[in-house]
Design a protein around this ligand. Structure first.
Ligand code: FPP
Length: 228
Protein backbone atom coordinates (compact mmCIF):
# COMPACT_ATOMS: atom_id res chain seq x y z
CA UNK A 1 0.00 0.00 0.00
CA UNK A 2 1.43 3.37 -0.92
CA UNK A 3 2.88 5.36 1.94
CA UNK A 4 3.97 8.81 0.90
CA UNK A 5 3.49 10.99 3.92
CA UNK A 6 4.07 10.12 7.58
CA UNK A 7 3.11 12.76 10.15
CA UNK A 8 4.25 12.57 13.76
CA UNK A 9 2.94 14.13 16.97
CA UNK A 10 6.12 14.05 19.03
CA UNK A 11 4.84 13.72 22.58
CA UNK A 12 6.48 12.84 25.88
CA UNK A 13 9.65 14.95 26.10
CA UNK A 14 8.59 16.37 29.46
CA UNK A 15 7.82 12.96 30.96
CA UNK A 16 11.10 11.57 29.63
CA UNK A 17 12.98 14.33 31.48
CA UNK A 18 10.88 13.97 34.64
CA UNK A 19 11.64 10.26 34.86
CA UNK A 20 15.32 11.20 34.96
CA UNK A 21 14.87 14.15 37.36
CA UNK A 22 16.04 16.49 34.61
CA UNK A 23 14.63 19.87 33.53
CA UNK A 24 11.96 19.63 30.81
CA UNK A 25 14.23 21.38 28.35
CA UNK A 26 16.67 18.47 28.43
CA UNK A 27 13.75 16.31 27.35
CA UNK A 28 13.23 18.57 24.34
CA UNK A 29 16.96 18.42 23.60
CA UNK A 30 16.80 14.63 23.62
CA UNK A 31 13.75 15.08 21.38
CA UNK A 32 15.94 16.78 18.78
CA UNK A 33 18.16 13.67 18.69
CA UNK A 34 15.05 11.57 18.05
CA UNK A 35 14.12 13.97 15.23
CA UNK A 36 17.52 13.39 13.61
CA UNK A 37 17.22 9.60 13.95
CA UNK A 38 13.70 9.61 12.56
CA UNK A 39 14.53 11.80 9.55
CA UNK A 40 17.37 9.45 8.62
CA UNK A 41 15.19 6.39 9.15
CA UNK A 42 12.34 7.79 7.05
CA UNK A 43 14.78 8.56 4.23
CA UNK A 44 16.19 5.01 4.50
CA UNK A 45 12.69 3.57 4.26
CA UNK A 46 12.05 5.63 1.12
CA UNK A 47 9.30 7.79 2.64
CA UNK A 48 9.08 10.96 0.52
CA UNK A 49 7.32 13.24 3.06
CA UNK A 50 7.74 13.43 6.82
CA UNK A 51 5.95 16.08 8.87
CA UNK A 52 6.64 16.79 12.54
CA UNK A 53 4.43 18.69 14.98
CA UNK A 54 7.09 20.75 16.75
CA UNK A 55 5.13 23.66 18.26
CA UNK A 56 1.39 24.20 18.28
CA UNK A 57 -0.51 27.49 18.43
CA UNK A 58 -1.49 26.40 21.97
CA UNK A 59 2.10 25.80 23.12
CA UNK A 60 2.60 29.54 23.87
CA UNK A 61 0.66 28.85 27.10
CA UNK A 62 3.66 26.96 28.50
CA UNK A 63 5.97 28.72 30.99
CA UNK A 64 8.05 31.49 29.36
CA UNK A 65 11.31 29.67 30.08
CA UNK A 66 10.12 26.55 28.26
CA UNK A 67 8.84 28.54 25.26
CA UNK A 68 12.16 30.42 25.07
CA UNK A 69 14.13 27.20 25.37
CA UNK A 70 12.11 25.60 22.58
CA UNK A 71 12.65 28.64 20.33
CA UNK A 72 16.41 28.36 20.95
CA UNK A 73 16.28 24.70 20.03
CA UNK A 74 14.49 25.51 16.75
CA UNK A 75 17.09 28.19 16.00
CA UNK A 76 19.90 25.75 16.74
CA UNK A 77 18.42 22.86 14.80
CA UNK A 78 17.46 24.80 11.69
CA UNK A 79 20.69 26.79 11.53
CA UNK A 80 23.10 24.00 12.27
CA UNK A 81 21.44 21.25 10.29
CA UNK A 82 20.85 22.99 6.98
CA UNK A 83 24.20 22.02 5.43
CA UNK A 84 23.78 18.45 6.57
CA UNK A 85 20.26 18.32 5.15
CA UNK A 86 21.49 19.69 1.81
CA UNK A 87 24.15 16.95 1.75
CA UNK A 88 21.50 14.35 2.49
CA UNK A 89 19.28 15.74 -0.28
CA UNK A 90 16.51 16.67 2.16
CA UNK A 91 14.16 19.59 1.53
CA UNK A 92 13.10 21.49 4.64
CA UNK A 93 9.72 23.26 4.71
CA UNK A 94 7.58 24.83 7.40
CA UNK A 95 3.86 25.01 8.07
CA UNK A 96 2.10 27.29 10.55
CA UNK A 97 1.67 30.96 11.44
CA UNK A 98 5.31 31.70 10.71
CA UNK A 99 4.80 35.48 10.80
CA UNK A 100 4.02 35.32 14.54
CA UNK A 101 7.41 33.75 15.35
CA UNK A 102 10.42 35.84 16.49
CA UNK A 103 11.84 37.76 13.51
CA UNK A 104 15.23 36.04 13.53
CA UNK A 105 13.56 32.61 13.41
CA UNK A 106 11.45 33.76 10.44
CA UNK A 107 14.66 34.71 8.62
CA UNK A 108 16.36 31.41 9.49
CA UNK A 109 13.27 29.59 8.20
CA UNK A 110 13.25 31.42 4.86
CA UNK A 111 16.98 30.84 4.38
CA UNK A 112 16.65 27.15 5.24
CA UNK A 113 13.76 26.75 2.80
CA UNK A 114 15.74 28.44 0.04
CA UNK A 115 18.97 26.57 0.70
CA UNK A 116 17.33 23.14 0.77
CA UNK A 117 14.91 23.83 -2.07
CA UNK A 118 16.50 21.31 -4.42
CA UNK A 119 16.35 18.39 -1.96
CA UNK A 120 14.83 15.38 -3.71
CA UNK A 121 15.18 12.48 -1.30
CA UNK A 122 12.78 13.53 1.44
CA UNK A 123 10.68 16.57 2.31
CA UNK A 124 10.81 17.34 5.99
CA UNK A 125 7.92 19.55 7.07
CA UNK A 126 8.28 21.17 10.47
CA UNK A 127 4.97 22.41 11.84
CA UNK A 128 5.81 25.49 13.90
CA UNK A 129 3.16 27.65 15.54
CA UNK A 130 0.79 25.33 13.71
CA UNK A 131 -2.90 24.76 14.47
CA UNK A 132 -5.31 22.87 12.21
CA UNK A 133 -8.27 25.16 12.91
CA UNK A 134 -6.08 28.22 12.44
CA UNK A 135 -4.87 26.82 9.11
CA UNK A 136 -8.46 26.55 7.85
CA UNK A 137 -9.24 30.06 9.14
CA UNK A 138 -6.11 31.38 7.41
CA UNK A 139 -7.09 29.65 4.16
CA UNK A 140 -10.55 31.29 4.20
CA UNK A 141 -9.02 34.66 5.04
CA UNK A 142 -6.61 34.34 2.12
CA UNK A 143 -9.56 33.59 -0.15
CA UNK A 144 -11.42 36.69 1.05
CA UNK A 145 -8.30 38.84 0.74
CA UNK A 146 -7.79 37.63 -2.83
CA UNK A 147 -11.33 38.84 -3.53
CA UNK A 148 -12.38 35.33 -4.56
CA UNK A 149 -15.96 35.44 -5.87
CA UNK A 150 -16.42 31.93 -7.25
CA UNK A 151 -17.97 28.87 -5.66
CA UNK A 152 -16.10 27.64 -2.60
CA UNK A 153 -15.24 23.97 -3.03
CA UNK A 154 -12.91 21.57 -1.25
CA UNK A 155 -10.33 22.31 -3.90
CA UNK A 156 -10.54 26.09 -3.34
CA UNK A 157 -9.91 25.60 0.38
CA UNK A 158 -7.17 23.07 -0.23
CA UNK A 159 -5.32 25.34 -2.62
CA UNK A 160 -5.15 28.02 0.09
CA UNK A 161 -3.71 25.81 2.85
CA UNK A 162 -0.11 26.41 4.00
CA UNK A 163 1.42 23.77 1.69
CA UNK A 164 -1.16 23.04 -1.02
CA UNK A 165 1.09 20.60 -2.89
CA UNK A 166 1.74 18.42 0.17
CA UNK A 167 -0.01 15.05 -0.12
CA UNK A 168 -2.36 14.28 2.79
CA UNK A 169 -0.72 12.25 5.55
CA UNK A 170 -1.32 8.53 5.03
CA UNK A 171 -0.25 7.75 8.57
CA UNK A 172 -0.29 9.88 11.72
CA UNK A 173 1.86 8.58 14.56
CA UNK A 174 1.55 9.83 18.14
CA UNK A 175 4.03 8.82 20.80
CA UNK A 176 3.82 8.58 24.60
CA UNK A 177 0.57 6.60 24.81
CA UNK A 178 -1.75 9.58 24.32
CA UNK A 179 -4.69 9.23 21.93
CA UNK A 180 -5.47 12.74 20.70
CA UNK A 181 -5.12 14.73 17.48
CA UNK A 182 -4.44 18.03 19.32
CA UNK A 183 -5.34 20.32 16.40
CA UNK A 184 -2.85 18.67 14.01
CA UNK A 185 -3.53 18.37 10.23
CA UNK A 186 -7.32 18.71 10.70
CA UNK A 187 -8.08 19.15 7.02
CA UNK A 188 -5.30 16.98 5.63
CA UNK A 189 -5.78 14.15 8.14
CA UNK A 190 -9.43 13.40 7.23
CA UNK A 191 -8.59 9.91 5.98
CA UNK A 192 -5.29 9.29 7.74
CA UNK A 193 -4.58 6.04 9.52
CA UNK A 194 -3.45 6.38 13.14
CA UNK A 195 -0.68 4.61 14.98
CA UNK A 196 -0.04 5.09 18.67
CA UNK A 197 3.31 4.24 20.20
CA UNK A 198 3.79 3.97 23.95
CA UNK A 199 7.40 5.18 23.62
CA UNK A 200 8.18 8.68 24.84
CA UNK A 201 9.38 10.78 21.90
CA UNK A 202 13.09 10.92 22.93
CA UNK A 203 13.10 7.09 22.88
CA UNK A 204 11.57 6.84 19.39
CA UNK A 205 13.87 5.16 16.87
CA UNK A 206 14.16 3.39 13.54
CA UNK A 207 12.65 0.12 14.83
CA UNK A 208 9.64 1.99 16.20
CA UNK A 209 9.13 3.73 12.87
CA UNK A 210 9.39 0.40 11.08
CA UNK A 211 6.75 -1.09 13.38
CA UNK A 212 4.40 1.78 12.57
CA UNK A 213 4.98 1.29 8.84
CA UNK A 214 4.38 -2.47 9.09
CA UNK A 215 1.14 -1.85 10.99
CA UNK A 216 0.04 0.63 8.30
CA UNK A 217 0.74 -1.87 5.55
CA UNK A 218 -1.76 -4.29 7.10
CA UNK A 219 -4.60 -1.75 7.09
CA UNK A 220 -7.44 -1.70 4.62
CA UNK A 221 -8.12 1.90 3.64
CA UNK A 222 -11.59 2.35 2.24
CA UNK A 223 -12.04 6.14 2.24
CA UNK A 224 -15.72 5.70 3.07
CA UNK A 225 -16.22 3.08 0.37
CA UNK A 226 -16.51 -0.69 0.76
CA UNK A 227 -13.90 -3.43 0.82
CA UNK A 228 -11.80 -3.58 -2.33
C1 FPP B 1 5.85 17.38 23.35
O1 FPP B 1 6.34 16.89 24.56
C2 FPP B 1 6.89 18.03 22.59
C3 FPP B 1 6.89 19.35 22.21
C4 FPP B 1 5.81 20.29 22.52
C5 FPP B 1 8.03 19.93 21.48
C6 FPP B 1 8.56 19.13 20.33
C7 FPP B 1 9.89 19.62 20.02
C8 FPP B 1 10.98 18.88 19.79
C9 FPP B 1 10.97 17.41 19.71
C10 FPP B 1 12.28 19.55 19.66
C11 FPP B 1 12.72 20.08 18.38
C12 FPP B 1 12.05 19.74 17.11
C13 FPP B 1 12.56 20.09 15.90
C14 FPP B 1 11.81 19.81 14.66
C15 FPP B 1 13.86 20.74 15.78
P1 FPP B 1 5.75 17.45 25.90
O2 FPP B 1 6.61 18.56 26.37
O3 FPP B 1 4.31 17.81 25.72
O4 FPP B 1 5.90 16.21 26.83
P2 FPP B 1 4.99 15.79 28.08
O5 FPP B 1 3.60 15.57 27.54
O6 FPP B 1 5.64 14.55 28.57
O7 FPP B 1 5.07 16.93 29.06
Amino acid sequence: MSLKHIAIIMDGNGRWAKKRHLPRLLGHRAGVKAVERTVRAAADFGIPYLSLYAFSTENWKRPQTEVKGLMSLFRYYINKKVLELVKEDVRLRFAGRIKELPKDIQEIIHEAENETEKGQRLQLIVCLNYGGRQEIVDAVQKLLKDGYKGEVTEETIRSHLYLPDLPDPDLIIRTSGEYRLSNFWLWEGSYSEFYFSSLLWPDFNKEALQEAILSYEKRDRRYGGIQR
